[in-house]
Design a protein around this ligand. Structure first.
Ligand SMILES: *Cc1c(COP(=O)(O)O)cnc(C)c1O
Length: 373
């Protein structure tokens, strides 16, 4: 429990270690493993997750922004740090000074990176990103030959790897995935024809790692699954993942209200009978989306109780099931296990009309995290 607030998240680092080992066991020996810790480790805390993942065998870490990489370097993380996208040219001095490995997707960035490397008397490592059909970022198939033939001659740039990203890897057998992998293989062949060795080849995020053996190549990049969350319902039953995140709170108020009395802004819930109502000190500013109002459950004494009334910014109310004891200070679980009951983040995500990824990031916004080993 935290000292300043009766609401917190708990992160089980042994679950993260278990998930990394379990994912790694799917890949051929020698396949590298990138643990993706962008967005503050999907709301779990990037530094702690990074240490747990590296301790369990991750070779390197993936982040989205320079600031995320700098935070890890400042915390003493020594493993290779890779950016999943191309940062602005203005960040290149930081990239080189902190040995951050950027993704390259444009000629302008590549030329600027080369020039800075020459000026600093260094070779700059990078990974080339090929766009094979997602149409987000990356060199387009028709531009690969020209780009590769130019890169071959640039001494100050060291192509450490080549990668792509799959748009539909959570759909088993999907032929868009096959098409992307074919385009990727074609791009790699073109590079080799131009005399450019692609280096570490990678395409799989969590879904690809679990469902598409052909996408594992030389390295996998796992994010959501290291946190014990499934990339989609299609991977349920394919792998034993343990959710690392729980969200807990203590009742600040427990009271009886009479039949017909309303609860929270707008009085959207009214008691159909005399009821016991408990108040918890967390709300939508903590990542409990307001759209979940009157939709979600919580666990009190191992029993599922309904959240009632609108979720406020910093508080929410629950109706305590008749016969369940509830007192001020009692621990309530919003995500995770209590007794034999469990509330999965996936259940909340479905009710909120989103995915576990988004909810996990939001739950990292304000709640203090307590780590368990
Ligand atoms: C975020 C990201 C990943 C990790 O994806 P998960 O589905 O969370 O495993 C991998 N690769 C790239 C390029 C990403 O942006």
């Amino acid at each position: 429990m935290t000292k300043h607030r009766w609401a917190w998240s708990e992160i089980d680092l042994s679950a993260i270690a278990h998930n990394v080992r379990t994912l790694k066991a799917l890949t051929e020996p020698g396949t590298r493993f990138m643990a993706v810790v962008k967005a503050d480790g999907y709301g779990h805390g990037a530094q702690q997750v990074a240490r747990a993942a590296v301790g369990a065998g991750a070779d390197r870490l993936g982040v989205a922004t320079i600031d995320e990489a700098l935070e890890l370097r400042a915390a003493g993380v020594k493993v290779p740090l890779q950016l999943l996208g191309e940062p602005p040219i203005t960040s290149i001095p930081e990239v080189l000074a902190n040995s951050i490995i950027p993704a390259v997707t444009t000629g302008d960035f590549a030329r600027a990176l080369a020039a800075h490397a020459v000026a600093g008397g260094k070779r700059a490592k990078f990974h080339l990103k090929l766009d094979t059909g997602m149409n987000r970022i990356g060199i387009r198939p028709e531009d690969v030959a020209e780009f590769a033939s130019w890169l071959v001659g640039v001494e100050s740039l060291e192509l450490e790897g080549t990668f792509t990203h799959l748009a539909c890897a959570d759909i088993p057998g999907d032929w868009e995935v096959r098409r992307q992998l074919e385009r990727f293989d074609d791009g790699l062949a073109v590079m080799r024809t131009e005399g450019l060795e692609p280096g570490i080849v990678h395409a799989a995020a969590s879904a690809g790692t679990i469902l598409w053996p052909d996408s594992r190549y030389d390295m996998v990049r796992c994010g959501i699954a290291i946190y014990g969350l499934h990339p989609g319902p299609s991977t349920y039953g394919h792998i034993d993942l343990r959710p690392a995140l729980s969200v807990k709170a203590r009742f600040t108020v427990v009271k009886r209200i009479g039949m017909g009395e309303g609860v929270s802004y707008g009085l959207t819930w009214t008691a159909p009978a005399p009821s016991v109502v408990g108040t918890l000190p967390l709300g939508y500013a903590d990542g409990i989306h307001r759209v979940l109002s009157n939709q979600m459950g919580v666990l009190v004494g191992g029993v599922r109780c309904r959240q009632i009334g609108r979720v406020c910014m910093d508080q929410l109310m629950v109706e305590v099931v008749r016969g369940v004891s509830a007192e001020v200070g009692d621990e309530v679980v919003l995500v995770g296990k209590q007794g034999d009951e469990e509330i999965l983040l996936d259940e909340l995500a479905e009710k909120a009309g989103t995915i576990n990824y988004e909810l996990a990031c939001g739950l990292g916004a304000r709640l203090e995290r307590v780590y368990k080993r």
